[in-house]
Write a protein of this length. Structure first.
Ligand SMILES: [Zn+2]
Length: 452
């Protein structure tokens, strides 16, 4: 490992600690045989050496081999607790030759720390614990109880980690005020008409479903085909789905997002976003024009896989298409299947779930009038006073779904500034974090924890 010294940092020990955590190849997989159990065990063991005060002051529990729970007892038992989450598994780095530094090196070079987990999302675990470590050194204890809940399989669904953690918390009768987990970044230059960085706080998460559309045929030999075949019926069904997109809708989250953008946007956006009663139809039309914004206002259905006959000269008994569906808050997997089923039925096709149990309804929409929002916003202004805090509809899945029954409000936020270029490192090559941003991330957690 090579290191360079950074000046004026609030958390001088943090880079070396995150570097250590990056060096454990805790790659999660849907196939447990592919996972390096030793790496997960060793990482959990290493935390004891890295965060001795946390271990001395907090209760540590491991409800499963892919989870860790720390309880930081608050002074006022009448206050509902807060839960701070992160995950310590990472996605694979299948092409290390494309990286400028080894993906599990934890190298620190020219003010940057390299490797898997430096953006997604060991960085949050290291920052939240380092903030607590330094607060403990000053004799601080929080008003309310804080739970640090860390899962080790978020990238593959989170059942072994967050699922076990949520079960344990539920068994203790925990009803938390709010939860903060990974989510939107501090986006740099996302919108051309806003000059300030935007802290995108995910207050809601779209639902997820892999659905199969299946059309029947009569089978038989390809030399004497019927007029209509299974693939033909399927093609018509797919075309019908694409011709009938789900209706657009400005959800509470998107309305709040626009209302927050209004005062910091240049004209004409300032006017458009502040007069939604008048301009909503215009905004829907503009958002529909591009895939990124379109995904904010409707349930999307992407046809991703096709299957028919497995032989050139044999007619398919049935043909099927996989649709990857992202469900807008306010709808549900069952209402979506009902609508899709109606569209494809006209072409003799049916809709079903592809993997039983892998359908996730959209989350509820957490408000900005909640004490959790106010705590996140205040902590952000301590770490990044130039950034504007805006509510956002998060389109990727997180561990938060497992906690929905034990929290009032959920905020998904990764306190790291990210340009479009930086985003390429998330699940991509050359993932790394600037040391200055890492330090600010811990400033965010320290301010948050201090306020709880
Ligand atoms: Zn993540």
């Amino acid at each position: 490992m090579t290191t360079t010294k950074a000046a004026n940092v609030a958390f001088p020990a943090l880079p070396a600690k995150l570097s250590r955590l990056v060096q454990f190849p805790t790659v999660s997989s849907y196939d447990p045989a592919e996972e390096d159990d030793g790496a997960f065990l060793a990482l959990k063991e290493e935390l004891k050496a890295l965060y001795p005060r946390v271990h001395a002051a907090m209760r540590r529990e491991e409800p499963s081999d892919r989870s860790l729970l720390f309880t930081w007892q608050g002074e006022d038992a009448s206050l509902p607790p807060a839960i701070l989450c992160a995950h310590f598994d990472v996605v694979p780095a299948p092409e290390p030759q494309n990286w400028r530094r080894d993906p599990f090196s934890g190298d620190i070079v020219d003010g940057e720390l390299w490797g898997r987990g430096t953006q997604d999302i060991k960085v949050l675990m290291a920052s939240a614990l380092e903030a607590a470590e330094t607060l403990l050194a000053q004799g601080f204890s929080p008003h309310r109880t804080i739970y640090f809940a860390f899962g080790g399989d978020e990238e593959v669904g989170g059942r072994r980690g967050a699922g076990a953690l949520a079960d344990l918390l539920a068994s203790k009768g925990v009803k938390a005020s709010f939860l903060v987990d990974e989510g939107g970044p501090i986006s740099l230059g996302m919108l051309g008409f806003v000059d300030r960085p935007l802290a995108l706080i995910g207050v809601a998460e779209k639902g997820y479903a892999d659905l199969v559309v299946r059309a029947k045929g009569s089978g038989g030999h390809a030399s004497m085909p019927p007029r209509r075949t299974a693939p033909g019926n399927l093609a018509r069904a797919i075309a019908a789905v694409e011709a009938n997109p789900f209706p657009p809708r400005l959800t509470k989250t998107v309305r709040s997002f626009l209302a927050r953008l209004a005062p910091i946007s240049r004209q004409p956006y300032r006017f458009l976003f502040s007069q939604l009663w008048l301009t909503a139809p215009l905004i829907v039309k503009a958002f529909s024009a591009g895939p990124t914004t379109d995904a904010l206002i409707r349930t999307t259905t992407a046809c991703t896989m096709l299957k028919g006959s497995s032989k050139e000269n044999v007619l398919a008994d049935s043909a099927e298409a996989t649709f990857n569906v992202r469900i807008l808050p306010g709808e549900s997997a069952s209402t979506v299947m009902e609508r899709l089923g109606g569209i494809v039925a006209r072409h003799g096709a049916t809709v079903s779930e592809k993997h039983a149990g892998n359908v996730i309804d959209p989350s509820s929409e957490s408000g900005m009038d909640h004490e959790g929002w106010k705590a996140v916003e205040a902590a952000l202004s301590a770490a990044h006073p130039d950034a504007a805090c805006v509510p956002f509809l998060f389109s990727a899945g997180t561990d938060t779904k497992h906690y929905k029954d034990i929290v009032q409000a959920t905020y998904r936020f990764s306190c790291l500034p990210q340009s479009q270029e930086d985003l390429k490192g998330v699940h991509g090559d050359n993932e790394r974090v600037r040391l200055a941003d890492l330090d600010r991330c811990a400033v965010f957690y320290r301010a948050l924890e201090e306020s709880l």
